[in-house]
Design a protein around this ligand. Structure first.
Ligand code: SAM
Length: 292
């Protein structure tokens, strides 16, 4: 087996060879601990029949660990300065394809069709650039591409919000949007010391596993997310007040909103953080006709 990229000594050697300077604006915090990488890959449960999409390979630290276990890796890197580095560091691995593109601009359906037609499942594995964690995850969830699971490193505070349950401070529209599609659990907490340079925040590896079916019947998913987002605009306000200010013509539609609460037998004085996804689904279904 090749020597790991992700040791402090080898990482420094590579950075020096290419005169690479980190760009904070691109969330460049590279992993320098092979144990963490082994853990990430073990949570991803990869086999020869798994196709992996990676976001932000950096100098290839995580990519090579994925390549050793998966059938194929397609890795999206936005920073063109890293392309010659990756060509060098990943040259021992014939099953890696680097795409020089912002992941948020990528056509995922096309990537899946071109690269993963012969694979049994597609898994996303990444040490995410923290400044775009939520848009990246939502792109995969809403993109209608068949992603079986995601194992993603992120800021611990965001992982806490994603996995939060009703009645807690961290619970909000992000918890609902992600848990509607995926079961979410924190696999491990990661200290700052395993990164170069060290980030200012603690990190966590999150495992998201696709739910077999949504947790509730929903007439219109986008509308569910609009209602749940609108219900948390001001956490200390009631859902009724929040919806009146967040929904189009909400003020004028107070009576309709109240009628929707009555229809589902729900107290309009509740706060968003007390509602489960199933309750948000019921409420948004009841409100749907009034807003369309
Ligand atoms: N995977 C490497 C590791 O673990 O050491 C690097 C992870 S680093 C936290 C994030 C990487 O994502 C950087 O290489 C950065 O250039 C890249 N990146 C930042 N924004 C991106 C975007 N929108 N699309 C694709 N890659 C991005």
């Amino acid at each position: 087996m090749n020597k790991d990229i992700a040791t402090p000594v080898r990482t420094k050697e590579i950075l020096k060879k290419y005169g690479f300077a980190f760009k904070k604006s691109l969330g460049q915090n590279f992993l320098i601990d092979p144990n963490i990488l082994r853990n990430i890959v073990s949570y991803a449960n990869l086999t020869e029949k798994t196709g992996v999409i990676e976001i932000g390979p950096g100098i290839g630290a995580l990519t090579e660990h994925i390549a050793r276990s998966a059938g194929k890796v397609v890795a999206f890197e936005i920073d063109g300065r890293l392309l010659p580095v990756l060509e060098d560091t990943l040259s021992p691995y014939g099953n890696v394809e680097i795409v020089h593109q912002d992941i948020l601009e990528a056509n995922l359906a096309q990537i899946v069709e071109e690269h993963f037609a012969d694979y049994e499942e597609i898994v996303v594995v990444a040490n995410l650039p923290y400044y775009v964690t939520t848009p990246i995850i939502m792109k995969f969830l809403l993109g209608k591409v068949p992603i079986a699971r995601m194992v993603v490193m992120m800021q611990k505070e965001v992982a806490d919000r994603i996995t939060a349950v009703p009645g807690t401070k961290a619970y909000g529209s992000l918890s609902i949007a992600i848990q509607y599609f995926m079961d979410a659990e924190v696999s491990m907490i990661v200290p700052k010391t395993v990164f170069m340079p060290q980030p200012n925040v603690e990190s966590a590896v999150l495992l998201l596993t696709k739910k077999e079916s949504p947790p509730a019947y929903v007439i219109d998913e986008d509308f569910l997310f609009t209602v749940s987002k609108g219900s948390f605009i001001q956490r200390r306000k009631t859902i009724l007040n929040n919806l009146q200010s967040s929904m189009p013509d909400g003020k004028a539609k107070k009576e309709q909103i109240l009628a929707a609460f009555e229809k589902v037998d729900m107290d309009p004085g509740r706060r968003g953080e007390t509602l489960s996804i199933e309750e948000f689904a019921k409420l948004s279904n009841a409100l749907y006709e009034d807003f369309f």
